[in-house]
Design a protein around this ligand. Structure first.
Ligand SMILES: Nc1ncnc2c1ncn2[C@@H]1O[C@H](COP(=O)(O)OP(=O)(O)OP(=O)(O)O)[C@@H](O)[C@H]1O
Ligand SMILES: O=P(O)(O)OC[C@H]1O[C@](O)(CO)[C@@H](O)[C@@H]1O
Ligand SMILES: [Mg+2]
Length: 487
C-alpha cells in the first residue's frame, strides 16, 4: 500500500516501452476463487458472434499518434465479456447508485445495467440506492427489474435521486456488507470516482468478494483519460436552441446582443463545441482562456467592432469563465457546496451588466441585450440517440468487467475502444480545453474572435509547438481532451 492507503499501481511492462496500467482483480486479495463458464456462451444472441469473448491479452493504447521511434506507451485493459466469470448468476447481488449533479443519460445507464445483468447474466437481485452515497446508510433501497426500468431512458434526471456530500466510507461499506451486495455500480463525476476509489480500498481491506465499478458521468466532459462523457453530446445539441434564440433576438433589434451561459465549472467543452456547432456565435468565453474587458484587444473593443460590422452579436460564456475578473470587481465570497466544489458567481449576469454599462456610459449607446441561462434546462433532459447508444455500451462494459472479477476501475472509451481504467488515472487530473491546441484554434478561426492571449503566452505556446516531443504529447492531449471527434 502507498502511504495514503491507496493500492499499489498494477503495472505490466512489455517490449518497446509498452506499459499496461492494469486494474485490480478480486483474486489479487482473495486467492483460489472458483471460476465459471460465462453464461453468454449459450446465449443465442451472442453465440453466433465471432470472437465474442475478449482475449485476455487485448489492451487499448492511450496514445495513437506516434512517431517511428516513440515508445508504445500506456495501455489499458480492453473492456468486454470474458470466457470465464467469477460470479454465478444466482450469487450476484448488485446495486446501482447515482451521485453528483444531473446529466442526460443517467436513467439510460441504470436501465442498461439492470437489463444487461438480467438478460445476459441471468441476475435477478439488483437494488437501487436512493439519493447518492448517503443513501447507502440513510435511505431506503428500490428493487430494480427489467420491467420497472423499461422506459426510464425517456425521462431526464435519475430515478434513484442523487446528492452531493455525505460520503461516509465505513458506513457505506457496512451497508454493502450487511445487505450482502457483491457488485457495486457507481455512476458519477470526478468526486464520485474518488469516493468509489476509497470504497474499493475499504472493501479490499475487509477482504470482501465485492466488485466496485465506476461509470463516469459529467455533463462538463471534465473526466480525464476517457474520450468524452455521456450526456455531453446531448448538452451540446440542446444548447443550440438557446443559441438560436439569442441569435434571433439579437438580429431582430438595433444594437442587439444575445448572451448565453452554458455549464462548465472548470472546463469549457460544452461552450466550445456548442459554439463550433452553431456558427451564429461571435465570441466564446471559457474558464481555460482568461480574457479582459477594457483596452486594446479586449472584449469591449471586439463587441464594438462586431456591432459595427453586423449590427448584432451572440456571446457564449461557460459558467466558470472570468471568475477571477468577477472576484476582483465584487466582494468575493469563497463558498463551497456539500462536496467541496467551489460555488461560482454568475458570470452571465455580471458580464451582461458590464457590457451594458460600458456602452451606455462610454459610447452613449443603449444596447438591446438579452441574457439567456438555459443551464438546468439542458441538464435535465433525457439523452439523445447517440448518448443512448453510448450509455448502453458503458453499462454493458461495466457489468462484463464486474462478472469477470475486475474491481476498482472506471469504464470508458479510450480512442474509441471501451477500456477498464484504474480509479487513480481518472481522478488524478481533470480534463480541460487546451487553449494552445488545434481545437481551440479552430474555434478562434470559426468565430474570428480575439484570443485574449498576451504576447508572452503566444510565444510560450510557439516554443512548445517547435519541440517534436511536445508536439507529440500535444497531439495526444487533443485526442483525450477533445473527444473522439478530432480530425
Ligand atoms: N475526495 C473524495 N473522497 C470521497 N468522496 C468524495 C470525494 N470527493 C467527492 N466525494 C463524494 O462524491 C459525491 C459526488 O461528488 P461531487 O458532488 O463533487 O460530484 P461529481 O461526482 O464530481 O459530479 P459532477 O461534479 O459532475 O456533478 C459526493 O457524495 C461526495 O461526497
Ligand atoms: O447541481 P449543482 O449543485 O447546482 O451544480 C452545478 C454544477 O454541476 C455541473 O452541472 C456538473 O455536474 C456543473 O456544470 C455545474 O457547475
Ligand atoms: Mg465534479
Amino acid at each position: 500500500m502507498s502511504p495514503e492507503g491507496i493500492s499499489e499501481q498494477k503495472l505490466v511492462y512489455g517490449e518497446a516501452g509498452y506499459v499496461l496500467e492494469d486494474v485490480p482483480h478480486l483474486t489479487d486479495y482473495i486467492p483460489n476463487l472458483p471460476t465459471h463458464t460465462n453464461p453468454l456462451q449459450d446465449n443465442q444472441a451472442y453465440s453466433v458472434v465471432k470472437q465474442y469473448f475478449v482475449n485476455m491479452d487485448d489492451t487499448v493504447a492511450q496514445k495513437i499518434v506516434v512517431h517511428k521511434s516513440s515508445p508504445r506507451g500506456t495501455h489499458f485493459r480492453r473492456a468486454g465479456p470474458r470466457q470465464r466469470v467469477y460470479f454465478e448468476s444466482d450469487e450476484v447481488h448488485a446495486c446501482v447508485v447515482t451521485c453528483g449533479g444531473l446529466c442526460p443519460g443517467l436513467n439510460t445507464v441504470i436501465r442498461e445495467l439492470v437489463c444487461g445483468l438480467a438478460y445476459m447474466y441471468g441476475v435477478s437481485k439488483i437494488l437501487g440506492i436512493e439519493g447518492g452515497y448517503r443513501g447507502f446508510y440513510a435511505r431506503n433501497t428500490i428493487t430494480l427489474t427489467p420491467k420497472s426500468v423499461n422506459d426510464i431512458h425517456k425521462r431526464g434526471g435519475t430515478i434513484l435521486g442523487t446528492s452531493r456530500g455525505g460520503h461516509d466510507t465505513s458506513k457505506i461499506v457496512d451497508s454493502i456488507q450487511d445487505r450482502g451486495i457483491n457488485q457495486v455500480y457507481i455512476i458519477g463525476g470526478d468526486g464520485t470516482q474518488k469516493g468509489a476509489s476509497v470504497i474499493f480500498e475499504e472493501i479490499k481491506r475487509r477482504g470482501l468478494k465485492v466488485s466496485v465499478v465506476g461509470i463516469p458521468k459529467t455533463i462538463d466532459n471534465d473526466i480525464a483519460v476517457i474520450d468524452k462523457s455521456f450526456g455531453f453530446d446531448t448538452a451540446v445539441e440542446e444548447a443550440q436552441r438557446a443559441i438560436n434564440a439569442a441569435h434571433v433576438e439579437s438580429e431582430s433589434v438595433e444594437y442587439g446582443i444575445g448572451v448565453v451561459k452554458l455549464m462548465g465549472r472548470y472546463s469549457g467543452f460544452i461552450a466550445m463545441y456548442a459554439t463550433l456547432a452553431s456558427r451564429d456565435v461571435d465570441c466564446c468565453l471559457i474558464p481555460e482562456s482568461p480574457f479582459y474587458l477594457e483596452g486594446k484587444g479586449g472584449l469591449f473593443e471586439f463587441i464594438e467592432k462586431r456591432l459595427k460590422e453586423n449590427g448584432h452579436m451572440v456571446l457564449v460564456v461557460a459558467e466558470g469563465a472570468g471568475q477571477e475578473l468577477i472576484a476582483e470587481s465584487m466582494r468575493f465570497m469563497d463558498h463551497e457546496d456539500a462536496s467541496g466544489n467551489k460555488l461560482l458567481l454568475d458570470v452571465g449576469l455580471w458580464l451582461s451588466q458590464k457590457i451594458k454599462n460600458h456602452f451606455s456610459t462610454k459610447k452613449n449607446i443603449t444596447l438591446n441585450l438579452k441574457y439567456i441561462d438555459p443551464t438546468y434546462m439542458i441538464r435535465a433532459i433525457p439523452s439523445n440517440a447517440s448518448d443512448n447508444v453510448y450509455c448502453t455500451l458503458l453499462a454493458q462494459s461495466a457489468l462484463h468487467g464486474a462478472m469477470a472479477g475486475y474491481t476498482g476501475f472506471t469504464v470508458g472509451p479510450v480512442n474509441g475502444r471501451h477500456s477498464y481504467i484504474p480509479f487513480y488515472r481518472v481522478t488524478e487530473t481533470q480534463n480541460q480545453v487546451v487553449i494552445t491546441d488545434r481545437m481551440w484554434a479552430r474555434l478562434l478561426s470559426s468565430t474570428n474572435q480575439p484570443s485574449f492571449l498576451s504576447q508572452k503566452m503566444v510565444e510560450d505556446a510557439r516554443k512548445e509547438e517547435e519541440s517534436p516531443t511536445q508536439l507529440l504529447d500535444g497531439e495526444e492531449d487533443s485526442c483525450n481532451h477533445n473527444g473522439v471527434v478530432l480530425l
